[in-house]
Write a protein that binds this ligand. Structure first.
Ligand SMILES: Nc1ncnc2c1ncn2[C@@H]1O[C@H](COP(=O)(O)O)[C@@H](OP(=O)(O)O)[C@H]1O
Ligand SMILES: [Mg+2]
Ligand SMILES: [Mg+2]
Ligand SMILES: [Mg+2]
Length: 352
């Protein structure tokens, strides 16, 4: 008898590994005009688009009936007539095809449309990006993809993650995250780096190399308050640094926070770095996106930790493309999590 979701896990690992190779190589070659600004003023690069094209192409071949909730869409790319749009389309086609046609590697199956000779046209690749336009919702199977989470970190040469999760009836069942720049040891930022993380509900969490070898099970250690440090966003606009400071003082945490872009924070947490991830809103109105938290939330719970919103409510992945009214995110070891929720309440009460 095979384990639940074993095929999905193999396909997701293979897709994320290929996307990571693509994003790592594109970083060194990025030139002007390969990063554009979206309507919400956030950046997107040829790396984000090509990685979404690669992952969606593989998913669509392996699971043709599964909808995909992906961050990026190709409408501007398809309609653009400027020289920039034409250059972008050409680059995305080159990069995605380079990744899809690379030799079969560990775990790959040629039937997924991979390997030499499997080039796609620009139109096919742009349509693959748009397979990510699904609206989400409470029932059925769906994938959610963030082809580059932490695009700002990616552009700085710092942390980012390729994040893919399978949601079934609102529950995350499988999560894979590729973190090409994450140091194996956070205290040695110039040492070896790059890992892929995977979790399946009920089957635990593990860390592998970027070529999917050397699986290591992950278990969140119990860290006393004296050893805790908050993992938080680098971007002050994404989560309130000052609120975290106040929660930290309330709990008697003395270590400074560890700032890191993307869901790499969940990966660091799951392997015992930091001990807690706190993301409280900077204002009202922003709704967290499901692709920013789906894979990370399962990794943390499968490593023995807990995750809720800032009020202690479970994250709801069945509301569409966003987490709806969930307010902030708290992920931590099971012993520490309730203490953080209590400290947040205390800080909020002090405010009024
Ligand atoms: N005002 C806001 N509040 C919270 N998150 C935001 C935000 N604006 C953008 N984001 C999200 O923050 C993500 C990065 O998170 P982090 O700060 O942990 O690196 C972005 O993902 P992308 O980089 O995939 O667009 C984006 O979805
Ligand atoms: Mg983005
Ligand atoms: Mg993101
Ligand atoms: Mg992204």
């Amino acid at each position: 008898m095979s384990l639940a979701f074993s095929l999905e896990r193999q396909v997701a690992l293979s897709a994320v590994a290929r996307a990571c190779r693509l994003t790592s190589s594109v970083f060194n070659k990025l030139v002007k005009n390969e990063t554009v600004t979206k309507d919400d003023k956030s950046p997107v690069t040829v790396g984000d688009y090509s990685a979404q094209a690669v992952v969606n192409t593989i998913l669509s071949r392996a699971f043709p009936d599964d909808p995909i909730v992906g961050e990026e869409d190709a409408s501007d790319l398809k309609s653009g007539t400027s020289e920039t749009a034409q250059t972008l389309r050409k680059r995305i086609t080159e990069l995605a095809n380079e990744a899809l046609t690379a030799d079969l590697a560990y775990g790959d199956v040629a039937d997924w449309g991979l390997g030499p000779g499997q080039e796609r046209t620009t139109e096919e690749l742009l349509n693959a990006i748009d397979r990510g336009n699904h609206a989400g919702g409470p029932t059925g199977r769906m994938w959610t993809l963030d082809p580059i989470d932490g695009t700002k970190g990616f552009l700085r040469g710092e942390q980012y993650a390729v994040c893919l999760a399978l949601i079934v009836n609102s529950r995350v069942e499988l999560g894979v995250m590729g973190c090409p720049n994450l140091p194996h040891d956070l205290s040695k930022p110039d040492g070896p780096r790059g890992s892929i993380f995977v979790a399946v509900r009920g089957q635990g969490a593990e860390q592998r190399t970027l070529t999917l070898g050397d699986p290591k099970p992950l278990q969140l250690p119990h860290l006393p308050i004296s050893e805790l440090s908050f993992l938080e966003s680098v971007e002050a606009a994404h989560s309130s640094h000052s609120f975290n400071d106040r929660v930290s003082s309330t709990l008697g945490i003395t270590k400074p926070p560890t700032r890191m872009d993307s869901q790499a924070k969940y990966c660091a947490l799951a392997r015992g770095d930091g001990g807690a991830y706190l993301r409280m809103p900077t204002g009202v109105g922003y709704k967290e996106k499901i692709w920013d938290h789906a894979s990370g939330s399962l990794l943390v719970t499968e490593a023995g930790g807990m995750i809720t919103d800032g009020r202690g409510a479970p994250l709801d992945f069945g509301l569409g493309r966003t987490l709806g009214e969930n307010f902030g995110i708290v992920a931590a070891g099971a012993e520490v999590h309730p203490l953080i929720i209590a400290a947040i309440k205390q800080v909020n009460e002090q405010k009024v």
